[in-house]
Each structure stands twice: as C-alpha cells, then as structure tokens.
Design a protein around this ligand. Sequence first.
Ligand SMILES: [Zn+2]
Length: 217
Amino acid sequence: MKIHVALLLLAFATTGVLAQNPASISNSATVELPPAVNKGFRDLAVLDPTILVDIRYATTNNFTHSKIYDCPRCLLRPDVADALIKANETLKKRGFSLKMFDCYRPRPYQQRLWDKVPNPDYVTPPSKGSMHSRGAAVDLTIVDSNGKELDMGTEFDYFGVKAHTDNLQLPAEVLTNRKLLRETLEAVGFKGIRTEWWHFSYQSKKYPLSDYVWPCR
Ligand SMILES: [Zn+2]
C-alpha cells in the first residue's frame, strides 16, 4: 500500500494529474472512462494506475525545449493498452513497473513537432505518419518500486550512438536493463527500433493515422 501511495504521489508530481485511486477501480467496465474511449482509444493511466505517466511533450522537458502538447494524456489503441498492462503485470512480479514518456501522438501534434524540428533524422514527417499517430507506438522505460528510473544509459530522446540498441559498448547494468525492457515488451507483441532504446511499436495490427486531439480540462 505504501508503494501505491508513493507511485500515485509521484504520478501527481510528474504529470500534475492525480490518477484515480486504484482501490476505487474494480474493473474497467465500471470505471467512468474519459470521452476518448469513443474515438477508438483507451487511457492507459485509467486502466492501470500503477503505470507511471510523464508525457514529456506536454512539458518543456524534451529535446525541443518547448511544450508541444496542450496537456498530457497516454491514449492508445485498445489492444496496445492491453498488451502494456500485461507487460506491467510481468514487471510488477519483479518489483518494477512501466513509465510512459509518450503514447498516441495526434497528427496535429506531430505537425507541431515537425514545425519545430523539420529534420527526418529526429522527427517523422507528418505526411509519412508516425506509428505514434496510429496509437500503436510508445516511448517508455522501467522504474523500480520507488518510482526511480532504471539506468538505460541515456535520457529519453537522447539522439546519438549511446541510445542505439545495437551499441554494446555500455555498462553491463545498462545492457541488462535494456534487455529487460526489450524482452518484456517483445513478449506481448512489441518491437523496438535500432536508434532509440525507449521506442516500441505494436506489431499485431495496422491502425490508421488519427487527427483526434484529446480535450484539456
Ligand atoms: Zn517514439
């Protein structure tokens, strides 16, 4: 219980939004879900409040140093959300849990990102469409029972060789932590990419690009 409270407080500190008390949630059918469920998305923090959410593009703490999203939210396609909850269950058995940096990225927000950084090495052009804009990609890491991020060698959105997943010239602990992230997500249907240790796409289904932007209170 202490851990739950700590995680909730941390979630509040990092997102400014206090997730619902897990005790008040018996199952997803009885939860009053936000309107986004009607647009073909699910809110991961509502479905599993033990997953930490720190949507960096809703803050200035990202590589663009500017706020791209009007407010934070971790929305995903239903199957993608279910797979992450499964991955989180596996991690919890070992005293860890997931922390999300980015989830569904509406195409209008992808456009804002592109307007800031029009470089295909760093940002997928909106015309091509990011897997994030399909609601099928996530940027994430693993935290311990105190909510502390495991050492993955670099920060989220560090663009350089140090963040590459085929770079083995890293401390053993970093390689072990990355392996845990990769194997946990691959086991539920995700696949990583070579250049960003934090990015994974859900493989089982093809979802359309979406322009839907969630409302801010
Ligand atoms: Zn990503």
